[in-house]
Write a protein that binds this ligand. Structure first.
Ligand code: ADP
Ligand code: MG
Length: 288
């Protein structure tokens, strides 16, 4: 393999699929001591798959999946894509009206004129519906039709093959603290965090809560230490801007995230963060 010293600065980084939006960010990267990750699509593949269909109250499994898929038809969230894949049929957009996507909650819409809600327990609580306690590990999408609970879909996501190595690489590169922030439920967050050996995680966060967590972490920084945030979603844009270094996943990432970021990883590989830090440090050593 080619030694790192062969590459210089921004050009070298870009040859490795790391887009750095200016030399100041190279310098900021070199001093990063805390790396905060979004979970879905960043540490996990974000390519969810429906692995369980659990209708209730006389609804059929097919009707449950159809209602959820149509309600989710406009959403670009990876959860939504998995439900549309499970449905597998073309969706007539005329059947779906009044679509609303609530960040960190789910969606509501009218399907064939009937109200449908699809999302987590928090969304159901907002609609005044109580849901069964589910202990299966995975993301649960509850569905309500015409204000009645209709059952849930169990959706699985897997950790990216490079994520564990990425965390290890960051530690080796001298990163003091690795943190995961997620809107997903506690059991999923706990399992992912343990699998990856993260120092800290915070689950059940709304998009605004993620900014608050970043503020808390920024306030506890050591002198001259930088905090980097790595994310992919539309909701992540405010957090990406608030971090000292905002790093976006470029392939799966939303346009808003890519725009708000200082560094873009073109192939969504989290292991590239440690590489970017090593390139940054080497470059600074050459420059000064
Ligand atoms: P993360 O913080 O892991 O990136 P998000 O903030 O995107 O996750 O979403 C948090 C939670 O909100 C999801 O785990 C899911 O329960 C719910 N959710 C968000 N968008 C949708 C959607 N389109 N359909 C169903 N559930 C959703
Ligand atoms: Mg996300």
């Amino acid at each position: 393999s080619i030694p790192l010293s062969f590459f210089g600065g921004i050009g070298g980084a870009s040859a490795c699929g790391i887009l750095v939006k200016g030399s100041t960010y190279l310098e900021e990267l070199a001093r990063t001591g805390i790396v905060v990750f979004d979970k879905t699509g960043t540490l996990t593949q974000g390519t969810f798959k429906v692995v369980g269909i659990h209708p209730e109250n006389g609804v059929t499994g097919d009707a449950l999946v159809e209602a959820a898929a149509l309600a989710e038809s406009w959403s670009k969230h990876p959860i939504s894509l998995s439900i549309k894949n499970a449905y597998g049929k073309d969706i007539d957009p005329n059947r779906v009206t009044d679509v609303q996507e609530l960040g960190g909650h789910g969606v509501t819409a009218k399907v064939d004129g009937k109200t449908v809600a699809a999302g987590n327990a928090r969304l159901m609580a907002k609609l005044g519906l109580t849901v069964p306690e589910i202990t299966e590990p995975g993301t649960i999408v509850h569905v309500a039709m015409e204000g009645r609970y209709a059952g849930y879909l169990l959706i699985a996501d897997v950790v990216k093959p490079h994520s564990a190595a990425a965390i290890k690489g960051l530690k080796q590169a001298g990163v003091r603290k690795t943190v995961m922030l997620t809107g997903d439920a506690e059991p999923v967050a706990k399992a992912v965090s343990a699998e990856l050996g993260l120092d800290e995680y915070h689950a059940g966060l709304l998009p605004g809560d993620k900014v608050d967590q970043i503020e808390t972490l920024l306030a506890a920084k050591q002198p001259k230490e930088n905090l980097a945030f790595v994310g992919d979603g539309i909701n992540d844009a405010p957090v990406l801007s608030r971090a000292d270094v905002g790093i976006a996943m470029g392939a799966l990432g939303s346009d808003a995230a890519i725009e708000a970021a200082d560094v873009v990883l073109m192939d969504d590989d989290p292991a590239k963060i440690a590489l970017a830090m090593r390139i940054a440090r080497r470059t600074l050593r050459i420059v000064y």
